[in-house]
Design a protein around this ligand. Structure first.
Ligand code: ADP
Ligand code: MG
Length: 402
C-alpha cells in the first residue's frame, strides 16, 4: 500500500505473474525542434516498474502519449521512443503497435512473444483519449488482465487511459507513481520553514491556482520566466515584446494583493537579459527591469536577480522549483536557470522537490543531481498534487476493482 493515507495497492502488494499487464507510462519526453528526443529521463524513470513486471514473466502492453498532436501527426509518433526503450533494455524487443483497434493491430497483440514489449502508438492520436471515453477505455482494458499506472506526470488529467481503465480492470500503482506520491506527500505534510518556491515557465494561466495555494504555505515565492512578465505588466512596467498573458493581468494583480495580506513575499525580477531568441552567438543584453526597450524581449533573469534569488534560496529549509526562468531552448538564455539550479543544490540544509518536463530537460545532465531530494517527473501534476493532496489518476486507483 502507498504510505501517507492513500488506499492504493501497488504492484508489490499483489502477486502479478504470467499476466498480460497494461501499463500507462509517461513517455512524454521533451523533443527538440526537429522532433528527436531531447531528454530521456521520463523513459528511464519508468524502467524499474517495467523490469519488475518483466522479471515475473508478465507480458507488457504500454500506453503513453507524446506531445499534443492534432490527430495522427507522425512527428508525434512513439516510434523513436520504442527504439530508445529497446536501447535501454536490449534484452527485450519493443514493438510499436500502429493501431491497436485495427485487425492487424489486434493480431500483433494476440501474437505477442516472450521478451516482447508492445507499445501502443501515441494514445492522443485517438480523440477518445481526451474525451475521457469509457468505451475506449474498455477496448484498452480488453487487451489485458490488469492495469498499472506509472504515469505520475499525467495523473492530473482525467484522460481515458488514466481515469477510465481502472473501472474495468484490477489496477495498481507502479513503483514510480508510488515514489512520487510518498515522497512529495511526506515533504509537504510537514514543511520546514523557510519554504521557498521558485516558479518559472512560459505561462501563468496553467499555474495560477497553484500560486494562490502557495501563498498559504510558502514564505517566499520567486517568479521568473515568461510567467513573471504578466506580473511586471500589472506593476505598470513596460515589457517590450516579451511573452505575457494580458488576460491574466487581473488574476496576477489579485495574487500580489493576497500575498501582501498573507505576508508572503512574492519576488519579481529586478533585471533581465533581453535579446533575440534565435540568436545563438550573442548572449543578449542586461537591462534593469524598468528599462526594457520597446522592441526587446525578456529572455532570462539578470545577474542582480540571480544574486537576490540565490540568497533567498540559500536560507531555505524547503524548496520547490518548477519552470525554467529563461528561454532555455537557447543556452545563452539559460544562465539564470543554471545559476538557480546550483544555488538549490548547494543548500545542504533544505529538502528540495524539482519537477516539470522542461525543467528536467535543462538539468538532467548536470552535476549534483543527487543533491536534490526528489526529482519529479510531473510539472503540472506535481504542482496540482501539492495543491490538492490528490489527483484524478490517483483517485481512480483508489476506487479500483481488485
Ligand atoms: P515545465 O515543463 O518544467 O513545467 P513550463 O512548460 O511551464 O515548464 O515552461 C517551460 C517553457 O517556458 C520553456 O519552453 C521556456 O522557453 C519558456 N520560457 C521561460 N522563460 C521564458 C521567457 N522569458 N520568454 C519566453 N519563454 C520562456
Ligand atoms: Mg513544459
Amino acid at each position: 500500500m502507498i504510505k501517507n493515507g492513500f488506499s492504493i495497492k501497488t504492484i508489490e502488494d499483489e502477486k502479478i505473474e504470467g499476466k498480460r499487464v497494461l501499463v500507462r507510462v509517461d513517455f512524454n519526453v521533451s523533443l527538440t525542434d526537429d522532433f528527436t528526443i531531447a531528454d530521456d529521463v521520463r523513459i528511464r524513470q519508468a524502467i524499474p516498474t517495467l523490469e519488475y513486471l518483466l522479471k515475473k514473466n508478465n507480458k507488457l502492453i504500454l500506453i503513453s502519449h507524446l506531445g499534443r498532436p492534432k490527430g495522427r501527426q507522425m512527428h508525434f509518433s512513439l516510434k523513436k521512443v520504442a527504439l530508445h526503450l529497446h536501447d535501454l533494455i536490449p534484452q527485450y524487443q519493443v514493438t510499436l503497435v500502429d493501431d491497436f483497434l485495427s485487425e492487424s493491430g489486434q493480431k500483433q497483440l494476440a501474437n505477442q512473444k516472450e521478451h516482447e514489449i508492445m507499445l501502443l502508438e501515441n494514445i492522443r492520436f485517438y480523440p477518445q483519449e481526451k474525451e475521457k471515453s469509457s468505451a475506449f477505455a474498455q477496448k484498452l482494458a480488453q487487451l489485458a488482465d490488469m492495469y498499472v499506472n506509472d504515469a505520475f506526470g499525467v495523473c492530473h488529467r482525467s484522460d481515458s487511459s488514466i481515469s477510465q481503465i481502472p473501472t474495468f480492470l484490477p489496477s495498481y500503482a507502479g513503483l514510480l507513481l508510488k515514489k512520487e506520491i510518498e515522497t512529495i506527500s511526506s515533504i509537504v505534510k510537514k514543511v520546514k520553514k523557510p519554504f521557498v518556491a521558485i516558479i518559472g515557465g512560459a505561462k501563468i494561466s496553467t499555474k495560477i491556482n497553484f500560486l494562490s495555494k502557495l501563498l498559504d504555505v510558502a514564505d517566499y515565492v520567486l517568479l521568473g520566466g515568461g510567467l513573471a512578465n504578466t506580473f511586471l505588466l500589472t506593476q505598470g512596467l513596460a515589457i517590450g515584446k516579451s511573452l505575457a498573458e494580458k488576460e491574466e493581468a487581473d488574476a496576477a494583480k489579485k495574487l500580489l494583493f493576497m500575498a501582501a495580506q498573507k505576508n508572503t513575499a512574492v519576488i519579481l525580477p529586478k533585471d533581465a537579459v533581453v535579446g533575440n531568441p534565435s540568436n545563438g552567438k550573442d548572449g543578449g543584453q542586461v537591462v534593469k527591469i524598468e528599462d526594457i526597450p520597446k522592441n526587446a524581449s525578456i529572455l532570462d533573469i539578470g545577474p542582480q536577480t540571480q544574486a537576490m534569488f540565490s540568497n533567498i534560496i540559500s536560507q531555505a529549509k524547503t524548496i520547490i522549483w518548477n519552470g525554467p526562468v529563461g528561454y532555455c531552448e537557447n543556452s545563452q538564455f539559460c544562465r539564470g536557470t543554471d545559476f538557480l539550479y546550483y544555488a538549490i543544490t548547494q543548500n545542504k540544509n533544505a529538502v528540495s522537490i524539482v519537477g516539470g518536463g522542461d525543467t528536467l530537460a535543462t538539468i538532467s545532465k548536470k552535476e549534483y543531481l543527487d543533491q536534490i531530494t526528489h526529482i519529479s517527473t510531473g510539472g503540472g501534476a506535481m504542482l496540482e498534487f501539492i495543491e490538492k493532496g490528490t489527483l484524478p489518476g490517483i483517485e481512480a486507483l483508489s476506487q479500483k476493482k481488485s
